[in-house]
Design a protein around this ligand. Sequence first.
Ligand code: UD1
Ligand code: MG
Length: 427
Amino acid sequence: MVKSIILAAGKGTRMKSETPKVLHKIFDKTLVGYVIEAVNNTGLVSENFAIVGHQAELVDEYIKGNYNNTRTVLQSPQLGTGHAVSMALPYLEDYSGEVIILCGDTPLINSETLKEFIENHRSLKSDLTVMTAIYDDPTNYGRIIRSIDNSVQGIVEEKDANSEQKKINEVNAGIYCLNWEKIKPAFAELKTNNAQGEYYLTDIVKWAKEQSLKVDAFVLKDNSEIFGINSKMHLAEASKILNQRVINKHLENGVTIIDPSATWISPETEIGADTIIYPSCYISGKNTIGKNCKIGPFAHLRGDVVLADNVKIGNFVEVKKTKIDSNTNACHLSYLGDSEIGSDVNIGAGTITANYNPLSKVKSKTKIENNAKIGSNSVLVAPVEIKEGANVAALSVITKDIPAWSLAITRAPLKILENWVSKITKK
Ligand code: UD1
Ligand code: MG
């Protein structure tokens, strides 16, 4: 099995934020979370080391709380990418397998690409493989130096490059696969005699060539996979790229998305064919939407939503942690949270599941059984159950369970005071 080292100690000054860079989110997942999951999803990696430094406690707490195969290692002070990797040395003293190195701020890397990258390293029997990309504008990246026979000789950083080297448009993607035992000695020999006075990870390439080890490059097909986040502008752009990938997948699977540019769907959402997503929906977290559903316009699914087939979630309806069975409609202005809703139910406009008690801070469940009809502007105060076929009259506040096939009504009877307006105005 492979081990990974994820570099996440950098400061991220340009984010202009109190939050550490790698803890910024796309949908509900952090940047470093995307990287860890891409690595884990290759199925080839057993353990990850995340190198943390800037606001280390926060990053450490997040990683420990979410990824139990990932250890954090402190790098303080931060003396460069080579120095960062060397922080993991004590944990890998007796390890002799492969190590992949990645950055915590490139959330768009795909696990299939990483898998192919590792397999390529293995099939070429390389000692060191560098992922590279071809850029029209290679500014700011390390350039790949190849010899006449096309073999990789080294990497030169932008700040150290001469004018000829700056013209090279094959760049270092910042992802490496190494045979740990063979490359490990390089870290003791890294120097800081460069323009930035840092220990460059990129220098391991030249070192490996000097030791006559086998070095190869793996050229990336889709450059968006190594899109790195340095600013809020980048974060917005990366979110768009990820969203577009998700939307394309659903379009290919037969989902109708009326306006892809005005629709947000998280990567963990599954959608059945012939479902229509109307414009301005925001669907985050993990959800399963069945076939032939109609979602939106302006619907908000917040995660842990499971919709069976033929469900309608209309405008200004927010749904969270809720399971809804087939042919049920919630077409207008509702909040459905922590609920279980049966089939053929009608949720009238303005229905609210009051799931949260702010005094006890407890969230409770609402259950609505098959064929129930909930009148407009009703409040269902959880925990509460509306049994099969029961009707709730409009404007009711339901604070106890309603038996099957009965009518629940809480509003005061309608009073009409005739000539009331003229009496008042005569005064
Ligand atoms: C690095 C590469 C460059 C490559 C580019 C790809 C080096 C010397 N250069 O440059 O060839 O084209 O990535 O994006 O490696 N980090 C630490 N500790 C440190 C320094 C950095 O953890 O002491 C982390 C950063 O948080 C970041 C990653 O390492 O996640 C890369 O560092 P960064 O400063 O962005 O390197 P680049 O200059 O972009
Ligand atoms: Mg960078």
